[in-house]
Design a binder for this molecule. Structure first.
Ligand code: ZN
Length: 311
């Protein structure tokens, strides 16, 4: 039933939190966690696309409201249009604690045909209420937006890099610092290998940090929607280098790497207060809904995405 789920060796407190959480997710996928959580947590808040379970009514309500805001605004920003309402709502299980490490996991299934929207959504998020709302929730919701748009697995660097890029400044700063440490200690991941990684590596954090930086570099040049077109083109035939050359005017992968590293060196990813993301600013009701495709019942694969924290 479970497509895959990797537990990992971690030493930080955050890692321990995440590992415990991963085990809970595994139970949830076996069907024993979902009901228990809802009952134990008591408070529930429903929106058009989400059903949120949390310890307090206030938090459940905040999460369901913001989940809809993120779903709308992220789709507009990255895809250029809103998404139609899902046929199946996504349950979100919230575990809040002031000292709890920030983390999350979202699973869903794709259909065999690759045309119908994903289903069997399941999202678990944890952390302080602030971190949940400003980082974990938008990160996980963007995974669902991408799943709805692409309807297939994405290379992990692109998926996690993009989802990390919309987290709170404090979280992005941690990834940037980790990237700088990795690049100066030979722990960077080779781009050719990374572009084709569809599974999480054993050590996930370097992938998140590097993916975040690469996505920012690409988005900095041509925006979010061109990045989406690049990923679409790369997915068509797995010719990522060719797609990169066409979309971003580089000679080859080596040329791209030189430019990316120079951008970092010149402070391209400089973290500044004005890079804070402001949410809830869209007022447009102009809708350009994605094509609703036929419904097929067979399921192809279960995908699990994760938000990995750093402390
Ligand atoms: Zn993620």
């Amino acid at each position: 039933m479970v497509g895959y789920f990797l537990s990992r060796r971690m030493t930080s407190k955050q890692g321990v939190d995440f590992l415990i959480y991963a085990l809970l997710l595994l139970l949830s996928l076996c069907g024993t966690w979902q009901g228990g959580t809802a009952k134990a947590q008591g408070a529930r808040s429903d929106s058009n696309n989400f059903i949120v379970f949390a310890d307090s009514k206030e938090l459940a309500s905040d999460v369901s409201h913001m989940a809809e805001v993120y779903r709308k605004e992220l789709a507009l920003k990255w895809l250029g249009h809103e998404l139609p309402q899902w046929r199946m709502r996504c349950p979100i299980f919230v575990k809040e604690g002031p000292t709890l490490g920030a983390g999350g996991a979202t699973s869903f299934t794709f259909s065999y045909d690759g045309y119908s929207e994903p289903g069997d959504w399941h999202m678990e998020i944890q952390g302080s209420s602030k971190r949940i709302l400003d980082s974990v929730l938008p990160h996980e919701v963007l995974h669902t937006v991408f799943a709805t748009h692409f309807r297939q697995k994405l290379p992990r660097w692109a998926d996690e890099g993009a989802c990390t890029s919309i987290e709170d400044l404090s979280e992005r700063t941690k990834h940037h610092k980790l990237l700088l440490r990795n690049l100066t200690s030979n722990k960077g991941i080779g781009l050719r290998r990374m572009f084709k990684m569809y599974e999480y590596p054993k050590d996930m954090l370097p992938l998140y940090a590097q993916g975040y930086s690469l996505v920012k570099f690409l988005v900095h040049q041509k925006g979010e929607q061109e990045f989406i077109r690049f990923v679409e083109e790369g997915l068509e035939n797995e010719e990522w280098e060719s797609a990169l050359c066409r979309r971003y005017e580089v000679d080859n992968l080596a040329d791209f790497q030189v430019k990316w590293l120079a951008w970092i060196k010149n402070g391209g990813l400089k973290i500044a207060p004005d890079t804070e993301i402001v949410w809830g600013q869209t007022t447009t009701t102009k809708k350009k809904l994605a094509l609703v495709r036929p419904i097929y019942k067979k399921k192809k694969s279960l995908i699990t995405t994760q938000k990995q924290g750093i402390q």
